[in-house]
Design a protein around this ligand. Structure first.
Ligand code: 13P
Ligand code: 13P
Ligand code: MG
Ligand code: MG
Length: 374
């Protein structure tokens, strides 16, 4: 059957700063969606990662469907009202437009969706990250879908071995979706040349070259580009189909053991390592570290199994310890150099205003001090 997987997420308020939504807020969103699911959704799953709430939905209406997007938007509006009532911090933070206009794209919430021919068994992974931007998935996806050092399936399985097509978006272009399509492994170095800049070039989707099936959908919206100013980090969600013609679950998860440095964390303005965490984890150290959760599912005739927590297994405790060490090491560097994002990515205007004011006070010294003869 043709099935659509849609995940729409937003930060609509949290307890104790940008930490986690309240139970009441989660329940409000869940009840809103649950009450209106009949006839529209086949199934749904509500969760949070840090201060972001994600609504995962299965249905048959295709991607970008107005009714599906409106359901999520209205659920977030209902949630915002509950967040205001509780006095939560940043109530309605990611709802950047006043009225709904057909699709939540460009309105603040992040969206990842794909329409698929449901396989006999359809295992997939739902990733959600907080305190970072969509480029955080660049390296893990490159390794999983294009690097045989990470993914032995690329040489062991004939279909996987035919490679994958990467659709990469230039998220700095605010006039429209500026994309390029590149094939791995043939154009591996071209893909790498773009992905080295995860603040600008972001993998939007990945497709099997053997079958044409979509493997990955990433939410590529940049809040910074929509609002024109800092309103919070993008905190991207992602869907990845696994097994058979796609990499195995373990091949998709393996790159998260690196704890690679990503843009985000405190005030969205730093470089910090990405920590794989268990489902429904909050935020702490230095408004971070940036976190990523992963819920594995099988979906059958649109019905979701319960989620399996991909990062709860003991292996990831060691990774978390390593990432915590890396995070503290980077924080010893404070505000200097690599610890902060470059000027173009700084999410606050304070620093450019300061530099402008200081610039006026600079002088070019006219006379060089004379050296006194010995
Ligand atoms: P199973 O034999 O347990 O299905 O595992 C196959 C596989 O490819 C795991 O990576
Ligand atoms: P969020 O985007 O997760 O709300 O984080 C904002 C922030 O600046 C935390 O320091
Ligand atoms: Mg927030
Ligand atoms: Mg967030």
């Amino acid at each position: 059957m043709k099935l659509t997987l849609s995940v729409i997420k937003a930060d609509i308020g949290s307890i104790g700063g940008h930490v986690a939504p309240s139970l009441e807020l989660l329940e409000t969103v869940g009840t809103y969606v649950g009450d209106r699911a009949t006839g529209l959704l086949l199934d749904h799953y509500i969760s949070h990662t840090g201060d972001d709430i994600a609504i995962l939905m299965t249905h048959t209406r295709g991607v970008g469907d107005e009714q599906i997007h409106k359901l999520a938007w209205d659920a977030f509006l209902a949630g915002t009202a509950a967040a205001r009532k509780q006095g939560l911090y940043g109530a309605g933070q990611d709802l950047l437009k006043d009225s709904f206009s057909g699709n939540v794209k460009g309105m603040g919430p992040a969206v990842a969706e794909m329409e698929i021919d449901e396989r006999t068994s359809e295992p997939f992974l739902f990733f959600a990250a907080d305190k970072t931007d969509p480029g955080a998935y660049n390296l893990p996806l490159y390794l999983a879908f294009a690097d045989v050092m990470n993914t032995p399936g690329l040489i062991l399985s004939p279909n996987i071995g035919r490679g994958f097509r990467f659709v990469i978006m230039d998220v700095n272009d605010t006039t429209g979706d500026r994309i390029i399509e590149l094939n791995a492994p043939d154009e591996l170095y071209d893909i790498a040349a773009l992905l080295r800049d995860p603040e600008r070039y972001v993998i939007e989707s990945v497709w099997s070259r053997a079958t044409g099936e979509q493997a990955v959908a990433v939410a590529t919206s940049r809040l910074h580009n929509i609002a024109g100013k800092y309103t919070g980090k993008d905190d991207p969600v992602m869907l990845v189909r696994v097994q058979m013609n796609f990499p195995a679950t373990g091949e998709v998860l393996a790159p998260y053991a690196i704890g690679h440095f990503v843009g985000g964390c405190m005030r969205g303005s730093h470089q910090m390592p990405l920590m794989p965490v268990t489902l429904n984890t909050g935020i702490s150290y230095f408004d971070g570290p940036p976190i990523v959760s992963c819920a594995g599912f099988c979906v059958h005739n649109g019905k979701l199994t319960e989620p399996v927590d991909a990062f709860v297994q003991p292996f990831w405790n060691t990774v978390r310890d390593d990432v915590a060490q890396k995070a503290m090491e980077m924080r010893r560097q404070g505000f200097v150099g690599t610890a902060m994002l470059p000027m173009s990515e700084l999410e606050y205007t304070g620093i450019s205003e300061k530099l402008e004011a200081l610039n006026k006070r600079f002088i070019v010294r006219k006379e060089l001090p004379l050296l006194k003869p010995a």
